[in-house]
Design a protein around this ligand. Structure first.
Ligand code: BV8
Length: 232
């Protein structure tokens, strides 16, 4: 692969798996225990808000007991030392990238540690449960919901992501099955825009065929090795 200057890195649940955070589609994964349409859609929330709030309260509490792993730390190091453009676009709603020290991070599917008030539209830092419908810290309305992008909702930061894809010369995908759009379509965008593409994953993803190179293995091994190469 040629020298690279501007990098876009897409991460998914696989990068947090070794930190003990459930992935979605693997055996025993979140979507095995919960029906997507019940817990991750606006319709599901309207139908049974308690079921949805309990689902996210459980996950919000869990991530606060987990630690970043060597893959998160390696990306934070690359972020700190890379002179060119770099954007970590994560589908994850955990805060392990930031806790490892990464700065240039965009949560396209939202964040567990925010609550979104659907009355005043303000997103407030939030670590506690939402099941008892606590008042919004800004407008006091009891209309807080998890600040996550549900199926059928528009992902966050799409303009910034497409702008970064237009200028990147390297697109790297880490720990994602390539099952959810528009994230799963970024590799095709990157190829069409002339970037080199690299996949680091435990197993081949649904989009593997579109990557110039695929390396299979655990993120905690593949990512530090790749970052070593990039900073060499
Ligand atoms: C939208 C937040 C309009 C909530 C999430 C085109 C075609 C078909 C369908 C669609 C389409 N366009 C839109 C759709 C509909 C839908 C969609 O994609 N449906 C799918 C199911 C077919 N998309 C939407 O509704 C999106 N909104 O499209 O708005 C629009 C359209 C265009 C442009 C703009 C707007 C919104 C989708 C967001 C939903 N919210 N999360 C929450 O977290 O609860 S999605 C959620 O699931 C995650 O964020 C992530 O995106 C996805 C899970 O995927 P992964 O992260 O990849 O996890 P998974 O378990 O699947 O895989 C883990 C991988 O890691 C595996 O490959 C495994 O091998 C690997 N791995 C495991 N361990 C390790 C490892 N790798 C390395 N090391 C390890 N140790």
């Amino acid at each position: 692969m040629r020298e690279h200057k501007n990098i876009v890195i897409l991460t998914g649940a696989g990068i947090s798996a070794e930190s003990g955070i459930d992935t979605f589609r693997s055996a025993g994964g979140l979507w095995e225990k919960h029906r997507v349409e019940d817990v991750a859609t606006p319709e599901g929330f309207a139908r049974d808000p308690e079921l949805v709030l309990r689902f996210y309260d459980m996950r919000r509490e869990a991530i606060q007991t987990k630690q970043p792993n060597p893959a998160h730390h390696a990306l934070a190091r690359l972020d700190a030392d890379w002179a060119g453009e770099l954007l970590i676009v994560t589908q994850n709603v955990d805060d392990l990238h930031e806790r490892a020290g990464a700065k240039r991070v965009l949560h396209m599917h939202g964040e567990h540690l925010n609550a979104w008030c659907t009355s005043c539209d303000v997103r407030s830092p939030w670590t506690a449960p939402l099941i008892d419908r606590p008042p919004c810290p800004v407008c006091a309305a009891r209309t807080l919901r998890p600040d996550v992008v549900w199926f059928g909702e528009m992902p966050y930061g799409m303009d910034r992501i497409y702008a970064a894809l237009r200028t990147c010369d390297l697109f790297v995908s880490i720990g994602t099955s390539g099952a959810v759009y528009p994230a799963a379509g970024f590799v095709q965008n990157a190829v069409e825009l002339g970037a080199d593409t690299l996949e680091l994953n435990l197993e081949r993803s649904q989009g593997s065929g579109m990557f110039h190179q695929t390396r299979l293995g655990p993120a905690s091994e593949l990512v530090p090795a790749w970052v070593e190469e990039m900073l060499a």
